[in-house]
Design a protein around this ligand. Structure first.
Ligand SMILES: Nc1ncnc2c1ncn2[C@@H]1O[C@H](COP(=O)(O)OP(=O)(O)OP(=O)(O)O)[C@@H](O)[C@H]1O
Ligand SMILES: [Mg+2]
Length: 457
């Protein structure tokens, strides 16, 4: 092995050897006559001395290997970049939680870091049950899906916080080979289907939580429309109007009119206003966002923000809108009760900008408190009185609870009519629930409803 030959094969930017450096230093300090003698001495030492020769060879070998290694690293990085694909899902995106739930159910996975997600369910009878599901925590995870390996990396940003709800900003990144990239779409579709199946046939109720909408309890089984008994024709008319509105999106957009419609249901308490709107949402396969305007800490700003940021396919239900007409000034700054103002409500109704249709239902027990300004088209387009039980409703409700009891039904209707004051449908329901399977007893107890004066309007 010859160090001189070896050196000539190195690229120009390769590091020089130690022996060469010493030689150069010496040559620069010595006179040219002595220079030749010393160089030949060094050359002969290097050629004849086996230790020098072996050292030089090793150095070259080391340099060569180092270069080859960095070349391979670069090449493999390039190949990696060419051959793999990433999919990033941000925590803001709806599919984020769908994906985490999907993964917690996926059988072929290797996860060492898990997070717990607790769901809390309050049943209608007041009992509470909790369910824990283990979802992939921050860190790396591997899954095998349709024969392909996919790396999942969940990251949580310590610095960035989602300002709308104060939770840390997170991302999940899926990485797989380029040829398997279509699997991302399959996974997202599966995750969506699973998520939607849990809410299929159910109505999701959203209520406000600070500036955002949050699911209120678990999705509820749809309330069926026939279970709500309104006076003759009322239900059918409203439903027809809603369907008609929903069919006419093009008509609105062609004329540049905001695609929204407002309904006002007014009448005494317990007449089925809220129940009907929930059943209608179920019928249309919509969710429902409920805001109570008499709620203390609801301000104009929050109302506006919430109305402009509704989950899709939702009906907005504004309960007790008369609360906004009690005061025209908001008194929150002075430390008093702060509520939505009349102008705040009008602004919010006018300002809703949505690419989808906006259906707003409003309810009140005090229509006389409402200002005429709210009755303008675009704010309230359809107004209907939902009153206390009529004979038609009493009969229908009785036969729903006691099917086939036609004679008793007649007696019951007569008994209620002879009360001399009207009763609410909620009161009737209460009486029937108290006398399950016993229509005679229900008839005997009709007079007890009279004492419920506070509910009679
Ligand atoms: N017309 C009706 N048909 C069937 N059930 C009814 C009817 N009216 C009331 N109910 C029953 O009475 C209860 C109260 O009804 P709901 O909350 O819908 O009344 P509301 O008109 O919204 O009252 P409020 O004005 O106090 O909000 C519910 O459990 C509901 O099932
Ligand atoms: Mg109500």
């Amino acid at each position: 092995m010859n160090s001189g030959n070896g050196q000539s094969t190195l690229p120009p930017d390769a590091p020089t050897t130690g022996a060469d450096t010493i030689g150069n230093e010496l040559t620069s300090t010595l006179a040219s006559g002595e220079k030749g003698t010393i160089r030949s001495l060094i050359d002969s030492a290097m050629q004849n001395n086996p230790y020098f020769a072996a050292g030089g060879g090793l150095m070259l070998l080391g340099t060569g290997l180092a270069l080859a290694k960095s070349g391979m690293v670069k090449a493999s990085r390039l190949a990696y970049k060419q051959m793999i694909v990433d999919l990033e899902i941000q925590s803001r995106d709806k599919s984020y939680s769908w994906f985490l739930s999907w993964m917690s159910k996926h059988p072929q996975r290797i996860s060492k870091h898990l997070s717990v997600r607790t769901s809390y369910i309050q049943h209608d009878n007041g009992s509470v049950s909790t369910k824990f599901s283990l979802v992939p925590g921050p860190g790396n995870h591997w899954i095998r899906y349709k024969g392909a390996f996919i790396r999942i990396k969940r990251e949580r940003s310590a610095k960035m916080v989602d300002i709308s709800n104060g939770t840390p900003f997170e991302t999940v990144t899926l990485t797989t080979l380029y040829r398997d990239r279509h699997l991302f779409q399959d996974i997202l579709n599966e995750a969506k289907d699973i998520a939607l199946k849990t809410t299929a046939g159910k109505t999701v109720i959203y209520t406000s939580f600070g500036p955002e909408w949050r699911k209120f309890g678990q999705p509820k089984a749809k309330r069926l429309l026939p279970s709500v008994v309104l006076d003759k024709g009322i239900k059918e008319d409203i439903i027809e109007d809603v369907h008609d509105f929903m069919k006419n999106g093009k008509w609105y957009s062609d004329r540049g009119i905001p695609y929204r419609r407002g309904y006002l249901l007014y009448g005494p308490p317990g007449s089925g206003k809220t129940s009907f709107i929930q059943a209608l949402a179920g019928e249309l396969d919509y969710n429902i966002c409920i805001l109570n305007l008499s709620e203390n800490n609801l301000t104009d700003d929050r109302l506006n923000h919430l109305m402009n940021n509704m989950p899709e396919r939702s009906i907005l239900l504004l309960e007790d809108i008369d609360a906004a007409f009690n005061k025209r000034e908001q008194t929150g700054e002075q430390g008093f009760h702060s509520a939505v103002t009349f102008s705040g409500l009008l602004n919010a109704l006018d300002g809703v900008t949505s690419s989808e249709e906006t259906i707003t239902f409003m309810t009140t027990n005090h229509p006389e408190k409402l200002d005429k300004a709210i009755m303008r088209p675009g704010r309230i387009d359809y107004k209907v009185f939902i009153g206390n039980a009529t004979s038609y409703q009493i009969e229908k409700m009785f036969l729903k609870f006691y099917p086939g009891e036609v004679n008793n039904c007649k007696k019951f209707v007569e008994a209620v009519e002879s009360l001399g004051s009207s009763v609410s449908t909620a009161q009737l329901q209460g009486l029937f629930v108290m006398n399950k399977d016993d229509p005679e007893s229900a008839i005997k107890m009709v007079h007890t409803m009279k004492t419920n004066e506070e509910f009679v309007v």
